[in-house]
Design a protein around this ligand. Structure first.
Ligand code: ADP
Ligand code: MG
Length: 399
């Protein structure tokens, strides 16, 4: 689960991380009120969407010459003008995809005099299985570009979970940023606090870009992207309240409400599978047969009829889906329950695409009988290979 920049900064501030003052706003009036509470004379109006690259982004409605989603303002009138420009309009950045994202919230924050911009991220390094801190002097720009063009400018520090963040980690961060004296001390402090915040919130990532040195030699977090490990959210009821459902894919959101593991993909064959491993194998075999899956969907081991029905509805609500492959191994889950769910859902939602079903396992005969007697146009398959061939062929014929 990701949160907005203003929420991330409020959270980090609680852990003692230095951030400029600022206030969120949902309307032009609120944006001006927010600015009035700040000392001035420089304000920054920032679009709040769950995507980076806002500064260089473009508003669809404003044309290519208009400014992006991070704008400086020297007066309250300028704050008002920027807020009017941004609210309700669609911002396209390198991270939003072509469709962009509608801006419904702003963050009005203190304008800071920037001497230098750094990059600092805390994340889980899957190769080492440890929390890692990624640091670079090349802040303020796209870190993927830095990693590609000048990988030597990116330093990665592993943190041993047995010791946690040690003073030497802090010194290594300061050294990687080329800082000495008081600024080095500040860097050590910021890094330690970010590590605390990462562990304390069960974060998946905390990305600070930029971490800036200000004109009066202070280190400040000017942009923060924070995401949490969804599997740990049950431990953080307060963080769950930060969720902004309008930022999430509607189908993924619906799936999460039914406790289904669903990820939307680019292909046209919808998949409903039980077990993550079987789901991966199913996606692979669809590709092997020359087509692409429209989603990953694991209905889980002990899914109920209702769960299967909602899974089916979610797949069918995706306009890209040209055919559906159901691949279920009835171990814990019985095949007849799955069959009932499929029939119920297909009757409830108008089934307009080919459906291939491969059932195997407990009560498979009963399951197959329910499907064949349903009066629905369901193509049965005997095994995984057969199922994949049949659905790919059906979709090709329909196209
Ligand atoms: P994004 O990464 O989405 O483009 P940022 O918050 O990083 O958004 O803003 C882009 C750039 O705008 C920053 O690299 C920084 O140069 C400038 N900026 C952001 N916040 C401030 C601020 N409070 N004061 C001055 N400049 C800022
Ligand atoms: Mg940024």
């Amino acid at each position: 689960m990701n949160i907005h920049e203003y929420q991330a900064k409020e959270l980090l501030a609680k852990f003692g991380v230095p951030v400029p003052a600022g206030h969120a706003a949902l309307s032009v009036e609120e944006a001006v009120e927010a600015a009035k509470k700040l000392p001035g004379p420089l304000y920054v109006v920032k679009a709040q969407i769950h995507a980076g690259g806002r500064g260089k982004g473009k508003f669809v409605e404003l044309g290519p010459d208009a400014k992006g989603g991070v704008r400086l303002a020297k007066t309250l009138d300028e704050v008002k003008a920027h807020a009017t420009d941004m609210l309700g309009n669609t911002l396209v950045t390198i991270q939003t995809g072509e469709a962009g994202k509608q801006v419904n919230r702003l963050y009005v924050t203190d304008g800071v005099d920037i001497e230098k911009e750094f990059y600092l991220a805390v994340l889980v390094d899957r190769a080492t299985g440890r929390v890692a801190m990624v640091v670079s002097t090349e802040g303020g720009m796209d870190i993927e570009t830095v990693a590609h063009d000048t990988p030597e400018k990116i330093h990665t520090l592993d943190i041993d979970p047995a010791t946690g963040f040690m003073p030497h980690h802090g010194r290594a961060v300061a050294a990687a940023l080329g800082l000495t004296g008081d600024l080095a001390k500040q860097a050590q402090n910021v890094a330690a606090k970010l590590y605390d915040a990462f562990l304390g919130t069960d974060a998946a990532q905390i990305e600070i870009n930029p971490l800036a040195i200000t004109g009066d030699n202070k280190l400040m977090v000017l942009d923060a992207k924070v995401g949490f490990d969804s599997n740990a959210l049950f431990r953080h009821k307060d963080l769950m309240e930060l969720r902004d459902e309008t930022e999430e894919d509607p189908m993924e959101l619906e799936a999460s409400k039914h406790d289904l593991a669903y990820i939307k993909l680019d292909g046209d064959i919808g998949c409903m599978v039980n077990g993550a491993g079987l789901a991966m194998a199913t996606m692979d075999i669809i590709k092997l047969n020359g087509a692409f899956p429209a989603n990953f969907l694991d209905v889980g081991g002990g899914a109920s009829k209702e769960k299967v029905t909602s899974a089916f509805k979610i797949i069918l609500s995706d306009p890209a889906v040209k055919g559906i492959l159901v691949n279920i191994f009835g171990g814990i889950m019985r095949c007849d329950i799955i069959a009932e769910g499929i029939v119920a859902a297909a009757k409830e939602v108008h089934l307009s695409v080919p459906l291939v079903v491969r059932l195997e396992g407990t009560n498979v005969a009963e399951g197959k009988k329910i499907l064949s007697e349903s009066g629905l146009d369901i193509v049965p398959a005997n095994d995984l290979g057969d199922a994949a061939k049949k659905i790919v062929a059906q979709v090709k014929v329909a196209a």
